[in-house]
Every structure is written in C-alpha cells, then in structure tokens.
Design a protein around this ligand. Sequence first.
Ligand SMILES: NC(=O)c1ccc[n+]([C@@H]2O[C@H](COP(=O)([O-])OP(=O)(O)OC[C@H]3O[C@@H](n4cnc5c(N)ncnc54)[C@H](OP(=O)(O)O)[C@@H]3O)[C@@H](O)[C@H]2O)c1
Length: 393
Amino acid sequence: MTKKLTTRRQFIERGAKLGIAIPLIGSGLLGCNFNEEKKEEATESSSKKLSILILGGTSFLGPHQIAYALGRGHSVSTFTRGKTLPTIHQELFKNVTQLVGDRNNDLSALEKGTWDVVIDNSGQNVEWTKNSAELLKDRTDLYLYTSSTGVYYPYLTEDIKEGTKLLLEEPQELEDEEMRIEYWYGVMKANSELAAKKAYGEDRTIIVRPTYMFGPADKTNRFIHWPLRLSEGGEVLVPGKPQDPVQYIDVRDVAEFMIRLIEEKHTDTFNAVGPKTAQNMYDFVEEVSKAFDVEHTFIKLDDYEFLKANKVPYLVPWIMPEGNNYGSARANIDKALAAGLTYRDLPTSIRETYNWWHSDGVTDEMRQKFEGNTGNVFNREKEIIAAWKKNNS
Ligand SMILES: NC(=O)c1ccc[n+]([C@@H]2O[C@H](COP(=O)([O-])OP(=O)(O)OC[C@H]3O[C@@H](n4cnc5c(N)ncnc54)[C@H](OP(=O)(O)O)[C@@H]3O)[C@@H](O)[C@H]2O)c1
C-alpha cells in the first residue's frame, strides 16, 4: 500500500505533536545553520583568506562548502553549466562568482584567473579532471579532488585504509548491471585521483573519499527513509544481522573537513567516513530513533535469504555485507580523525534532515517521488513485516 504524501500542513501539525522545532519552513530558512554549536564554528574566521574555485558547487556538497568557506572569510567562485540551481543557502550565492561552462567541451571561463585552491566536486569522468587539472595547475596552488570510498570496490576486506591498492581497470563482460556501475564508478574515481596528482604532484593534492553522505539538499533519496520512517514510530523494519556494520556521514561534516584541510594545506588522502565509533545497524536505528519522541518496535530481519526474496539487498546505510559488498561499511577512519574530521550529533542531524525534507527546499514532486514510490521499502514495509511474522510464527 502506498503511503500518503505528507502535506506541509500535516507536517506542521505532526511536528508540533512530536515536539519538533520547525523553524525551517519558509525560504530563508534553508541557510542550514541548524546546529547552534556548528554555527559558531562556521563563523570563526580562518587566519589566511583563500580564494577557492569549486568545479561544481550548486547541488548537495557544494552549497555546504560555500556556506562554511564564506563564514570563515574565504572567497568562492563556482564553475557549472548553470543548470543546477542551489536549493539551500541560495542567499549566499550573491557573494559567489559564478563562472559558466561545461566540463565536457567548454572550459573557456577557466582560461584566465588565479585562485589558491581548486575543489573538484563535479568530477564524473577522468578526462574532466585531467583537463581541468592541467589547465589550472600553474594558476592555483592546491587541488582537492572529491573522490569516494567507491574506489575500494569490490569491498573484499575490512579496516580499509587509504593506502589500499585500487582497481584501475574495469573487469570485462560483467552481466550484473549494478555491479558494472559500481566497478565503473570506483575505477573512474581512482583514475581521476591519479590525474589530479599527476598534474599537481602529491604535495599539492588532497583527496577526500566520502562514504554515503546524507543531510539537507541530498537528492539521492537514499537516506531519507530513516528520518521519515522513524518519525512515525510503530513497528519498524530493520534489516541485517546484529554484527552488520554501517557507515555514513553528514554532508556538512565532509564539507567543513574539506575547507579545514585546504586551510591547513594538509595534502594527503582521507576516508571521510562516520560514525566516529564503529556502529552496527541495530545501534544505528536506536540512535536515530532518539530524534523523535514516539514509540518504536524494531522488527529485526536477520535472514539474508528472506531479505533477498523480499528485494531488500540494502537500505542505506545498511548494505548486505556479502560478496563484493562485504567491506562497504568497513573503511578505516584513523587518518581523517587525526586530521581533524568532526561529527555532528546523529539525532540532531536526522531532525535537521527531516525538517529540510518538509521545507521549501524540496518540491512536492521530489517528495512524491520517494513517498509515493510503491516499490520502495518505505511503502512495502508492512507487507514485508507481515510475511516475516508469518514465516516465524
Ligand atoms: N552523495 C554521496 O553520498 C557521495 C558519496 C561519495 C562521493 N560523492 C561525490 O561527491 C561529489 C559531490 O557531488 P555534489 O553533486 O554534491 O556536488 P556539487 O558541487 O554540490 O554539485 C555538482 C555540480 O556539478 C555541476 N556539473 C554537472 N555536470 C557538469 C558539467 N558537465 N560541467 C560543469 N559542471 C557540471 C552541477 O552544476 P550544473 O548542473 O549547473 O552544471 C553542480 O553544480 C561527486 O563527485 C560525487 O561522486 C558523493
């Protein structure tokens, strides 16, 4: 059965019942300075003012980097096609120099000018990174490439450190389409990292490899299941065995870490992964549920065969830790911690993500795409739980 789309009015009424502060409704709200503690930190200015060029900058990670960087006194230019408009921090973009072009075929807007640092967020093609790094290397000091823990695919081991040897070529003739995409993405990111280092040298390159990012402005609809579902209470489907690990990170923690790395010129490669202390799926839902003052009964589905038969191979941040995905939530975070990666409080992040979902930053169409999708676990949950109970009665 499809769940009914939450209207803004229902959200306000429900929020009031749940005791959720809803200061986000209304346009200027999407400044995303939700966390008071972090707000103070964001306005703390850095001693050296940098001029930063972001390749990208207007979708998910970019606006959070911009908010933090401007708050610390840096100046920012973005380079995009002008197609993706920011849905958060819009008011800050009047203070950003917006260059227009296309990484596919038009870098002319980058042919002149100097900056201290390039942040390459939009790298989805090795040639793009190669061309921009070559073009900018003599007019900029540092290059930060936004990579991904996807470079470790297939995830066959645990405690995956940054020095792990990476796959640089995709295997031929893979039949599984999902696996083919995973290989393509990991190999593309790994070769893009090399292209950046080749142009700038190790001593002028920073590589950051985030795991699944969540938070305001996330358009993937991968993580929103949890804030929405746990806000409702009742019987909640929890996939996985007790020891299954999960990893994820608030996008703002990644954005802020990156800006601090460039301020310190901390050139190296880092896994940007949370939480700080290893967590399994059961601990994750317990922690997230603290965001909402409602009763939950967790129905723990610990049989992989049952989950596969019911089309639940993942429910991010949980990914069935088998085969090529064994280590997908087993990245090592020691280096990033030592370099100053910090983490927001999880229930607070979840509440802020929930509030953002119901704010002006998200269209009804986008909400409908997730909340009205009859195929997703959000809408199939009741029937899956009923089947589980029947099997186990
Ligand atoms: N989401 C996750 O969980 C996750 C996890 C690990 C790593 N990552 C990586 O994180 C990075 C950040 O992605 P984001 O979307 O959040 O970054 P973003 O910088 O906020 O937005 C992406 C930007 O790319 C621009 N763009 C797209 N195609 C372009 C083209 N052909 N030429 C010029 N600009 C182009 C878009 O603007 P226009 O459309 O206007 O051009 C947009 O500004 C990605 O590299 C992704 O692989 C993401």
